[in-house]
Design a protein around this ligand. Sequence first.
Ligand SMILES: Cc1cc2nc3c(=O)[nH]c(=O)nc-3n(C[C@H](O)[C@H](O)[C@H](O)COP(=O)(O)O)c2cc1C
Length: 171
Amino acid sequence: MSFTPSTIEALSPNAVTLFRDTWGLLAAGSAEKCNTMTISWGMLGELWGADCVTVYVRPTRYTKEFLDANEQFTISFLPADAANRKIHGVTGAQSGRDVDKIALTGLTPVPAGESVAFAQAQTVLVCRKLAVQAFDPAGFVDDLPRKVYGDEDPHVFYVGKIEQVLVRTSA
Ligand SMILES: Cc1cc2nc3c(=O)[nH]c(=O)nc-3n(C[C@H](O)[C@H](O)[C@H](O)COP(=O)(O)O)c2cc1C
């Protein structure tokens, strides 16, 4: 399996559909030692004069430890088919603290930049961490975010500069 460089302008489907409907595998670490989890919350666009992506991670996620320990992270978007939904059934429901999600799913970690992505991906974003911040509930000016969190800790968001967009060129 191999990947070729592409651009955010050529993303297919578009970024909204990729995050909300296709879902991504957020990963950090190396091909030898990494963790990954399903995400559907994400934003893509220009920030600070750079092409950036923002992902939202609950403080309890094991993947957060890998995000915090590494300068880069990746988002791998697998084709949205039934087999990959099964993969997300593991990566989006089980924690790497408890199970080996790579072994359970058959995902194949491959180096991507200084980080790790998955050979099964159709599209990979390789991102360099620019900022990490927790939402401050004092800034919630509408009930929607208050209702989402209740008494729980809000998400930590990671802004990453998109350094590479990779698309799969072989099966
Ligand atoms: C469709 C879907 C979308 C998800 N999106 C997010 C997300 O954006 N942020 C987040 O923190 N957790 C999200 N999750 C939950 C994590 O994927 C899940 O808790 C995972 O088991 C965490 O694994 P970890 O502890 O190994 O990091 C989502 C789960 C699913 C099924």
